[in-house]
Structures are given as C-alpha cells and as structure tokens.
Design a protein around this ligand. Structure first.
Ligand code: CMP
Length: 136
C-alpha cells in the first residue's frame, strides 16, 4: 500500500535572495519529492510569529521571526512516501556546520539562522503548517 505523505517546506530568505530557489527545488525533485503546491510570498513579522509560535519562549524567537519576514520565501507542499522524515534527512542538521555532506543545509546554509530551508518536524505539524500557508 502506498504511504504518500505531505510535508511543508520553506525556502528561506537567504536562499531566495541568492537566487537558489530553483536549484533547491531541483534537489527535492531529484530526491523523489513531488512539489504538489508552491508559492513565492513575503510575510509580515506578525505572521512569522504565528508560524513559529512553538518557539515563542526561545531567546532567538524575535530574530527568527524578523528574519523569516525579511524577504521573499518559497513555501511548498512536498509529497512522497515518508515525506516528513525524508525531507528532514535531506535538509540536514539545523546548524549548517553540523550538517552532513550531501544535505541542503550543508551545501547552501550560511548559519543557524540563515539555514536556507525549513521543514515540518512531524506528520502532525506538517498538517498544521500546510494549513497555515495553503488553507484558502
Ligand atoms: P527551522 O527549522 O526553520 O526552525 C526554527 C529555526 O530557528 C531553525 O530552523 C533555525 O534557523 C532557527 N534558530 C536560530 N537559533 C536557533 C537555535 N539556537 N536552535 C535552534 N534553532 C535556531
């Protein structure tokens, strides 16, 4: 039985600013993901605060929300079997300097803040994050 799953991926401002969005989309496609929906948008800081609410007690919360709203981002619904886990493997560790060779953050990430991509961390959060950006 097929176990197709969806996850939310964001190509963050540092990568879009460097015109890496198409290249990063190709990495997802080469690794078996279907880009089911995508849009390039810029969000307000207040929206970033809602999106990252789970981090609201963290010392980096305000900077994180300012950063995500600082420029255009590409938000995508990615689909494949085990999309959530496989996307996290493909992204690599949160901090690019800890990320393994062959991962997106290793190749494109600049710092723990400017780490080029976000991906949902569980199937449950994937549903919430997909609804956040794509519920009409
Ligand atoms: P992301 O997967 O988008 O989820 C939250 C983001 O917070 C994370 O990627 C990092 O870019 C950012 N961040 C900044 N500082 C930290 C930190 N100390 N620990 C974890 N995430 C951090």
């Amino acid at each position: 039985m097929s176990n197709t799953e969806q996850t939310l991926s964001i190509i963050k401002p540092d990568a879009v600013e460097r015109n890496l969005d198409n290249e990063i989309k190709q990495v997802f496609i080469k690794n078996g993901f279907n880009i089911f929906k995508e849009k390039k948008i810029q969000i307000e800081k207040s929206e970033a605060e809602k999106f990252y609410k789970v981090h609201e007690t963290k010392p980096f919360y305000s900077d994180l929300c300012s950063y995500l709203s600082s420029g255009p981002i590409v938000v995508m619904i990615l689909e494949k079997e085990n999309a959530v886990v496989d996307n996290r493997k493909l992204m690599g560790a949160t901090n690019p300097k800890d990320a393994e060779e062959g991962t997106i953050r290793k190749k494109y990430g600049i710092s723990i803040d400017k780490n080029s991509v976000h991906g949902s961390d569980s199937v449950e959060n994937a549903k919430i994050e997909i609804d956040f950006f794509f519920k009409d």
